[in-house]
Design a binder for this molecule. Structure first.
Ligand code: ARG
Ligand code: ZN
Length: 866
């Protein structure tokens, strides 16, 4: 019985104010709620409030306890058939946070209370209209034994003090109306890092980050990222922070990355804590972007929220677009764009080409928690980016201003968001809206024809979208294709379009086909199309390999320079996998990469990206049905060739980029470390004792986690004694640091060796493995299933069985996290029939398991559907 967008009805009752009193105890927390409620419309309807796993204590209206006959309580709702038009509802319930291993609602992590309410966790705390379009002002009183040192909730602290019996209390008030999914409470012993920031209007904001005792130093980078985010949002979007206090809390047990609760963001500790010894540059990068993401939600999510959960991309796609823009400003546009596109292709493209494909704005679901997907987030961000490209940055900003102005304090829809841009631009964006409603990755084809006599270049574009589940027929999507031309030396070639001279243009493909003629083109050009990845499509072109080499050597659009190298490598690997290796082409490719590496002007971070071949999952998408073993072998062969060809260059890079002085997490320093580690990684593709020593020395000399992991993973490729010794050393050194031990598990899950599956199975029995901690579980299980295709797709099916075992076990206590493990099995149709059948068999086994959660059922059954 799916929930449908078309069934949306405004709430029958509104709730204006909420007074909550928490009497915290691990197994018997009492929650009292006083809600002022009024009818939203003319006629009387029953009041139906959500509530799950609540032990009822009392229900009263306007001070009068209701008799049993005046209300009904079942496993999901409290119903009051005949309430007055306006009244105060007072309820009391008891809950058991300690035994809440679903980590949804109020639960305990590391002996502290914390909450996660998005999307539907608040109903596990008290009876409420648990839907995002009911906005209320909250006052929260927390009482607890003093051993729970900090008592935190949203908004401003109004009062705090002692109570008899070694207890204390705090009262918080949040003046901004909010939906209940933004409610948060934290209580426990925490260290505090304090700072402040003066906003553009001159207000001083108190900033506080709360972490496990002894960890405050590790929050300094997050604090710095927070301050930069706050300033950036003022400058880029004119958005200022509103409350006087902004808090972030890091917790160890968390189903997701982080959560934007009003004034009190809660983070997975892995996305907040960092110091050079325990965090890699990638961790720093993620922390910066997630701190920004959650902060940016204050306007795109909190001040303006979603009318219903079908509108999730209204806040998520937009906020991802905002955090990507921030990261681009912090770390360099091209490098950031390449990383974002790699992530999009790895996760979203795979999703969009499989049974779980869904539109950026879905129209039905069983469990909304299953829709926090790469499509809603990452493709949602791409849609915003295209909108900006289509109407231009000035009008985009104007549209955003109008959106903030018009919808502040409300819950709204994607239609209303797009309407703001249609109004400010005067454009009809109704066709554009199809990007929100249609699933599937468009396939774009580009052909070019040069007419030397007329000096014209004609571009023929066409698009096609394959059917996706429930959407057999597709409309064409308005697709912006950014195009520039290069001469044979890779220099920019100017041209004219509609009589105007230019270096670059955006061709908008509105229909299934379009043709554009550029004039005044001096010579037969190399076409650099889809620059900056201007649309989330799979593009094919009639470019010859020589054109790709011109681009790889010097396309001024760095995204396309990188992309040209990826295209060349992909074709070479796929040719090998198909048994037709192109040895001449491989040499030529290695030579071109060598030239690109020698470019003194290029950013080391960019060169590190150039050195990485397309991932195995990327390759599996490119040629179906995919044979992961063949892909792995072919990719490895090209890596070896590249490694041999670049041997001297890589060794020189490894020496030349050796770090000097203190560690700094800035992008330039991180880029040098990335290149140095990429060089070592590629050297390790040809295991020799000389390289084993180099990797071992690299590991032992490492002064930071980035280099330690770089050394360890190079050693892993080589294998043998040195690797086992380093692995044991690493564990021993870091056994009391959970976030580092996660890396230890994840590293082994990525091991390309034949023995990896056995190792991973063995690790589930390791004393440090813990299914109840989502970080630990994902480090081993998701990493193996998602990033070790050659071993996950073991021909015996043992990799699939392992994943299914984990899903079923975890589903018993944490359905949300179990459901997020299903995805790797969902791609079964893309693999060889033998593998596909084994994957399908495990999905079948999951669907038939007794007592399965709705979460896992929805994804596994959709994955199986024909
Ligand atoms: N809104 C949070 C964020 O994007 C994620 C919440 C995840 N919740 C869920 N039920 N999947 O930052
Ligand atoms: Zn978000």
């Amino acid at each position: 019985q799916p929930i449908r967008l078309s069934d949306y009805r405004p709430p029958a009752y509104l709730i204006d104010t909420v007074h909550l009193t928490f009497d915290l105890a691990p197994n018997t927390t009492r929650v009292k709620a006083r809600l002022t409620i009024r009818r939203n419309g003319d006629h009387a309807e029953p009041l139906v409030l959500n509530g799950e796993k609540l032990k009822p204590i009392s229900v009263a209206i306007d001070g009068r306890e209701l008799a049993e006959a005046e209300r009904t309580i079942d496993a999901e709702v409290l119903t009051i058939p005949n309430p007055p038009a306006a009244f105060e509802l007072a309820t009391e319930v008891e809950i058991d946070p300690e035994n809440n291993k679903a980590l949804d609602g109020l639960y305990m992590s590391g002996g502290r209370f914390c909450t996660q309410c998005e999307a539907e966790g608040f109903r596990k705390i008290t009876w409420f209209a648990d839907r995002p379009d009911v906005l209320a002002r909250y006052t929260v009183r927390i009482e607890a034994p003093k051993s729970f040192q900090r008592l935190l909730s949203n908004g401003n602290l109004m009062e705090a003090g002692d109570l008899p019996g070694g207890r204390h209390f705090a009262v918080w008030n949040d003046p901004f109306p909010k939906p209940c999914y933004l409610f948060a409470l934290v209580a426990g012993e925490l260290d505090e890092l304090v700072d402040s920031l003066v906003t553009m209007s001159g207000r001083t904001i108190d900033l506080r980050i709360y972490v496990d005792p002894g960890m405050a130093d590790r929050a300094t980078y997050a604090m710095d990222a927070l301050k930069r985010s706050m300033k950036w949002d003022e400058e880029a979007f004119g958005r200022e922070y509103d409350l006087d206090l902004f808090m972030i809390v890091a917790v160890r047990d968390f189903n997701f990355g982080a959560m934007e609760n009003k004034g009190l963001n809660i983070f997975n500790a892995s996305l907040l804590l960092a110091d050079p010894a325990t965090a890699t540059d990638l961790d720093y990068e993620r922390i910066e972007s997630v701190v920004a993401h959650e902060y940016f939600h204050n306007w795109t999510g909190d001040r303006i929220t979603c009318r219903d959960w079908f509108q999730l991309c209204l806040k998520e796609g937009l906020t991802v677009f905002r955090d990507q823009s921030f990261s681009a400003d912090m770390r360099g546009e091209a490098v950031q764009r390449i990383k974002d596109v790699k992530a999009l292709r790895a996760r979203q493209f795979a999703e969009d080409q499989g049974p779980l494909a869904h539109p950026v704005r879905p129209s039905s679901y069983l469990k909304i928690d299953n829709f926090y997907t790469a499509t809603i987030y990452e493709k949602g961000a791409e849609v915003i980016r295209m909108l900006r490209t289509l109407i231009g940055p000035e009008l985009f900003r104007k549209g955003m201003d109008l959106y903030f102005d018009r919808w502040d304090g409300h819950a709204t829809t994607v239609e209303e968001f797009i309407r703001c841009f249609a109004e400010v631009s005067g454009q009809d964006l109704s066709d554009f809206f199809a990007w929100y409603e249609q699933a599937g990755t468009p396939r774009l084809d580009l052909k070019h024809a040069y007419d030397a006599a007329a000096r014209t270049l004609t571009l023929e574009l066409s698009q096609k979208i394959d059917p996706t589940p429930g959407q057999p027929d597709k409309r064409p999507l308005p697709t912006p294709v950014r195009v520039g031309l290069l001469d044979a030396e890779g220099r920019t070639l100017a041209f004219q379009r509609d009589g105007q001279a230019m270096d670059e243009t955006v061709v908008v493909l509105k229909d299934a086909k379009a043709s554009v003629t550029l004039t005044d083109v001096d010579q037969a050009p190399v076409v650099s199309a889809l620059r900056g990845f201007s649309a989330p499509v799979v593009m094919t072109t009639d470019a010859a390999p020589k054109d790709r080499y011109v681009q790889l050597a010097g396309d001024p659009d760095l995204f396309n320079r990188w992309e040209a190298g990826q295209d060349l490598a992909r074709d070479l690997i796929l040719a090998r996998a198909a048994g037709k290796p192109d040895e001449v082409g491989e040499e030529r490719y290695a030579h071109a990469v060598q030239r690109a590496l020698a470019d003194q002007a290029a950013d080391p971070a960019f060169k590190a990206l150039l050195l990485a071949l397309p991932s195995e999952s990327d390759l599996a998408l490119a040629r179906q049905p995919a044979d992961p073993a063949a892909i792995h072998a072919a990719r490895d062969a090209l890596r070896q060739r590249l490694s041999l060809h670049l041997d001297e260059d890589l060794k020189r890079l490894h020496i030349g980029l050796q770090g000097l002085g203190d560690f700094s997490p800035d992008a330039a320093s991180a880029g040098r470390r990335a290149l140095r580690n990429a060089a070592l990684d590629l050297l390790a593709a040809n295991p020799r004792s000389e390289i084993a020593e180099l990797a071992d020395g690299h590991y032992r000399a490492a002064l930071n986690m980035t280099d330690a992991m770089g050394g360890l993973s190079a050693l892993m490729q080589i294998g043998g004694e040195a690797f086992e010794a380093a692995l044991a050393d690493f564990f021993d050194r870091w056994k009391s640091e959970p976030l580092v031990i996660d890396k230890w598990f994840a590293l082994q899950a990525r091991d390309p060796a034949d023995s990896a599956l056995g190792r991973v199975l063995g690790l589930t029995a390791h004393p440090a493995f813990d299914q109840k901690n989502p970080n630990r579980l994902r480090a081993l299980v998701s990493t193996f299933a998602g990033f070790n295709p050659a071993r996950f797709h073991d021909p015996s099916g043992a990799g699939y069985r392992f994943l299914a075992d984990q899903i079923l076990a975890v589903d018993g206590f944490n359905p949300m996290t179990a459901a997020r493990l299903v995805e790797p099995l969902g791609g079964w149709r893309r693999y060889t029939p033998e593998l596909g059948a084994l994957m399908k068999a495990q999905l079948q086994r999951i669907v038939e398991a007794p007592g399965l959660s709705k979460n896992v059922y929805e994804l596994a059954s959709k994955a199986l559907a024909d």
